[in-house]
Ligand binder design. Sequence first.
Ligand SMILES: [Zn+2]
Length: 262
Amino acid sequence: MLIDSHCHPDRLDLSAYGGSLDALLQDARDTGLVALLAVGIDLDSSQEMIRLAQRHAGIFASVGVHPLQPGPIALPEEEQLLALGRQPGVVAIGETGLDSHYDRANIEWQRESFRRHARVARQLRKPLVVHTRDARAETIALLRQEADPEVGGVLHCFTEDWATARAGLDLGFYVSFSGIVTFRNAEALREVAARVPLDRLLVETDAPWLAPVPHRGKTNRPQYVAAVARCVAGLHGLGEAEFNARMVANFSRLFQVAVELP
Ligand SMILES: [Zn+2]
């Protein structure tokens, strides 16, 4: 009974499945995946995630424009985000956020885009899916200004320190860990994951990126969330079944969805 709380189905490597996303999703279901959040990275991709969510039980869509883009693009209009966010199957807004790891050339664009996503999330009362990397203070400051703690959201693929996690929790956010938490050199991150309260935790793959150990270096897929869950369950001293049941409860509560269990 696994949930991948963040992945990008339109970017998955389908070569092992004869090019069929349906075949990959069926395989994921067969290995115990009961739900996933399909996260759009631009307006077209968001539309595709909505179509996917409308076609499959257990797939829920998040719509937004990722802070990292292959080249300069126009800022998303709030009207565009609102229109996408109101579609059936959409349970969250994002991913959005701030990333100054690679370069800060588009940081002004990122800030304004993030602000717009946060306002749309507040208006639609849907949780915000936030990416933050090497921009922790700015991310928290912007969330303090723009996010609604009653709606909250998730700090996804979390790699920052405990103070940042704590600040996010205080703002009503959940903290989601990806395969990075399984990496050998990620001891500090495992310490953070161990401190996040069990009722505010999520696990994810961020597939196709960041495959967890023991799949590291391969292309990632939603079913590999099992390895992330195993790692974080261990940090909390829980068996996998109990931990996974809690992840289903957290996902359902945050995104206000009913997950059908087999
Ligand atoms: Zn992502």
